[in-house]
Design a protein around this ligand. Structure first.
Ligand code: HEC
Length: 198
């Protein structure tokens, strides 16, 4: 009986140790996986935006965007098997509100922009823990371009009919008054290291 207890304790200790030493390493393979997911996602999303802007201007594009942006994001995340979304300090869709980690780095990106240190290559990788699970997190800034001002700029750039539609669809919209070059938000990707199926 005592032997059995000792054996159980021993096995449990081995189990714990093996879990603790689980590698959460940010190697080139992981980096490239997350980078290419971000890139592919942005290309797909931009494709939808550009096509609809061409088709019927910002009003048409908002109608499509508001219906498909979240869905497209969810589908893309499922396809690449990563937790992926867009976040912003001034979100239009409340679902894009950042968590503490994301907020910290969005503020950092804003600071880098002020110091002229932001570039196309800016990105962050970090090991973190969510609900006791080890994760690798990736964030890349999304920069405001001229075309974005149609829907995220000030009153001089956002047409009255567009403002009206935005108010209807997003009564709590704060994603306005951006200027070209501003950090509009970021892509945020989370990869679970200890739990594969997510
Ligand atoms: C036709 C109008 C329109 C244009 C042009 C537009 N957006 Fe948006 N944007 C939206 C709408 C609508 C949402 C909210 C989508 C949703 O419900 O998920 C949004 C959401 C976002 C978000 C997610 C964070 C948030 O505020 O909810 C980011 C980031 C973003 N846009 C960046 C851009 C960038 C960068 C450009 C230019 C390349 C751009 N947008 C151009 C309408 C537009």
């Amino acid at each position: 009986m005592r032997k059995a207890i000792i054996l159980t304790v021993f096995l449990f200790a081995v189990f714990l140790l093996s879990r603790c030493s689980e590698p959460a390493e940010i190697n080139e393979t992981v980096k490239n996986e997350m980078r290419s997911a971000a890139k592919g996602f942005m290309t797909e999303l931009k494709g939808v935006l550009v096509a609809n802007m061409k088709n019927g201007g910002p009003v048409k594009a908002i109608t499509v965007c508001s219906d498909t942006a979240q869905e497209l994001t969810k589908n893309y995340a499922g396809k690449v098997k990563l937790n992926l979304r867009r976040v912003s300090l001034k979100a239009r869709n409340p679902k894009d509100t950042p968590d503490d980690f994301e907020r910290e780095f969005l503020l950092k990106f804003d600071e880098m922009k002020i110091q002229n240190k932001l570039s196309d290559k800016t990105e962050i990788f970090k090991i973190d823990e969510i609900d006791g699970k080890k994760v690798i997190r990736y964030m890349k800034p999304i920069i405001t371009k001229a075309v974005c001002l149609n829907c995220h700029g000030d009153d001089n750039h956002v047409k009255p009919e567009v403002q009206k539609l935005l108010k209807e669809k997003y009564p709590h919209d704060t994603a306005r008054n951006y200027k070209e070059g501003d950090v509009r938000g970021a892509i945020s990707i989370i990869k679970y290291v200890t739990q594969v199926n997510r």
